[in-house]
Design a protein around this ligand. Structure first.
Ligand SMILES: Cc1cc2nc3c(=O)[nH]c(=O)nc-3n(C[C@H](O)[C@H](O)[C@H](O)COP(=O)(O)OP(=O)(O)OC[C@H]3O[C@@H](n4cnc5c(N)ncnc54)[C@H](O)[C@@H]3O)c2cc1C
Length: 542
């Protein structure tokens, strides 16, 4: 791979040509924003083809370098600028802007790739002794600034070697893996043996199982399979205070559950080395896909809530696009005009109100049928119209591809980012309206919202905002704008994050979410497991 800046920040295979559907979608956004053509002269594109050079040199001294090389092998310690740059940031919009500007103020001093759990233990012990900071690295897909080396030190990259499946226990329905395994490698292994992992974040192609746990995420099918905390059975984590091994039983009543401290710890307590998750039978042929149009977002949300509270198995994937997302989606497929558009309008599913629902039932065939029948009844009661399976099939085809749109959109001078929260049903519409009002206050920002993770008590709200970049001060203005959205969440009953995590991005508001006693307990755990504060210093509240 060429050691140029574009290859530091771009999503996916940087040499691969963009899929034509993605290009078409980007064209549609440009049209909506009144931006035509490429804008290569933008300052944010200036360094794309330049060789990566960092202003800060590695501060790992010769002894530390030699010792680390002795532990993991000399080929598994890198201190060159390209490797340090690629391990400086995750994939938050502000990260990409900084990388495009070549502004990397806190690169790690080196990148270390352990081969075994034994290597991880030795590296953690060594760094603890020498007070060298460690940022555990999975796929690097964090969108919360969770991956910055505030105090230098090393990025511990688990994806190069530490990615084996250790065992599949069919009788217990569990699989145990090394934490650096990527989603597709695990899922392929499981599918070939008749199972699925059930966890499909949109970043699935490039995120690791350890990262799923460390960021406490939720996949696109979480309504059926559960969030990662529901799927997680057990884990091992290497902390400066020693090895934690937990969750080796189907259930236990033995005091507090340390898993809930490791889940969402974002590398601040230790390195998750092994993970055991529950697997389910892979019954792809049984899947039943449905899509429905509603006259309003409110009606769609009511139907979703009634389904979730019906005591019938809900869809595994259960989503609603709000009117703006529905319209932009229809426009991209040319379905907003012509016969389809006219039909929907005549039937009262009017532009500006109509909202699309997607549902996929998986698992046992009889359950799928019962679920689909129940949902159909609830939809009709709420004035929804069945559209067959088309929209859901189309969504499924491109479920990971929208991540590829951001780089070319930024090339064209378009800001695009996402932010997400969750809220009880009783305040969902209030929160949705308030956040949209805030995001759209400049009169030109597009705001596409969907619900993609649902519960009996509430749901998430996922906002995608798209606007032309500002000619001046883009990063500072964007960060101010972002803080305003978070404040709006807090003011209207939303959590700081439903599945992206905290990192350094929303840590400033954690005291609005947790009581002082909770934060004190959390700090005490940190002090016990990482007394010298070497694990991801600066993330969360540490
Ligand atoms: C386009 C896009 C779409 C996304 N969609 C989703 C989604 O649908 N659902 C979702 O939940 N998230 C989503 N995310 C966020 C992100 O992908 C998840 O948080 C993911 O789980 C991170 O995994 P990773 O392996 O990339 O971890 P990284 O980004 O490398 O690390 C994330 C955090 O976990 C820590 N960490 C990583 N591995 C370990 C380990 N083994 N031990 C200890 N700490 C560790 C890191 O130090 C860091 O603090 C998305 C991100 C992008 C860019």
């Amino acid at each position: 791979m060429r050691k140029i800046w574009r290859n530091v920040y771009r999503w996916g295979d940087t040499e691969k040509k963009l899929d034509h559907t993605i290009e078409h979608h980007i064209g549609h956004f440009k049209h909506l924003l009144g931006i035509e053509g490429e804008a290569h002269e933008l300052p944010l594109n200036a360094n794309a083809g330049d060789e990566v050079k960092l202003a800060k040199r590695s501060r790992l001294n010769r002894t530390a370098l030699r010792d680390l090389m002795r532990i993991v092998g000399s080929e598994n310690v890198m201190v060159d600028d390209f490797h340090r740059a690629t391990h400086s940031f995750g994939k938050y919009y502000g990260d990409i802007v900084r990388m495009r500007l070549g502004k990397i103020s806190n690169p790690p001093d080196g990148v270390v790739c352990p081969r075994t759990e034994e290597d991880i233990i030795k590296v953690v012990n060594y760094c603890h002794l020498k007070k060298i900071a460690i940022v555990p690295w999975g796929g690097g897909t964090s969108v919360t600034r969770a991956l910055e080396a505030d105090k230098g030190g090393i990025a511990l990259d688990l994806t190069r070697h530490f990615k084996d499946v250790l065992s599949l226990n069919a009788e217990d329905s569990t699989v145990t893996v090394e934490s650096g395994i990527l989603g597709p490698d695990l899922e392929l292994y499981l599918n070939e043996r008749g199972y699925t992992c059930g966890h499909f974040p949109q970043s699935f192609e490039f995120a690791t199982v350890g990262g799923w746990v460390a960021a406490r995420g939720a996949g696109q099918a979480s309504t059926g399979y559960g969030r990662i905390e529901d799927i997680l059975v057990g884990l091992r984590a290497v902390t400066p205070a020693g090895l934690i091994s937990c969750g080796n039983y189907p259930a236990a009543s033995v005091g507090g559950d340390i898993r809930h401290f490791i889940l969402g710890s974002e590398g601040t307590l230790g390195v998750i080395s092994r993970v055991t998750i529950r697997v389910r039978k892979y019954n792809a042929a049984n899947a039943v896909m449905k899509s429905f149009m509603f006259k309003s977002f409110e009606a769609a949300v009511t139907a979703m809530r009634e389904m979730m509270q019906s005591q019938v198995y809900p869809p595994h994937f259960f989503r609603i696009s709000d009117p703006e997302e529905t319209e932009i989606g229809l426009g991209m497929k040319g379905k907003d005009k012509g016969l389809a558009g006219a039909f929907l309008n005549t039937m009262g599913y009017k532009k500006g109100g109509r909202s699309l629902m997607y549902a996929i039932f998986e698992g046992d065939a009889a359950q799928c049928k019962t679920g689909a029948r129940t949902l159909g009844k609830i939809v009709r009661k709420n004035g929804g119209l069945s559209l067959g399976s088309y929209a859901t099939r189309k969504w499924l085809e491109q479920r990971y591809s929208s991540a590829y749109m951001r780089d070319p959109m930024m090339d064209a001078g378009i800001r695009i980012d996402t932010i997400e929260t969750s809220v009880h049903y009783s305040r969902l519409i209030e929160l949705w309206e308030a956040v949209r009002k805030y995001i759209k206050q400049d009169g030109q920002t597009l705001c596409l919202t969907h619900i993609s993770h649902t519960y009996e008590t509430g749901a998430n709200l996922y906002f995608i905002f798209v606007s032309p970049m500002l000619p001046k001060d883009e990063l500072a203005q964007f960060e101010k704008f972002h803080k305003g959205i978070v404040a709006t969440f807090v003011a209207h009953g939303g959590t700081l994050s439903h599945h992206h995590g905290v990192g350094r991005l929303v840590a400033h508001a954690l005291d609005r979410q947790h009581s002082p006693a909770t934060l004190a307990a959390w700090r005490a755990v940190k002090k016990t497991l990482d007394p010298k504060g070497i694990m991801n210093p600066g993330a969360l509240i540490f």
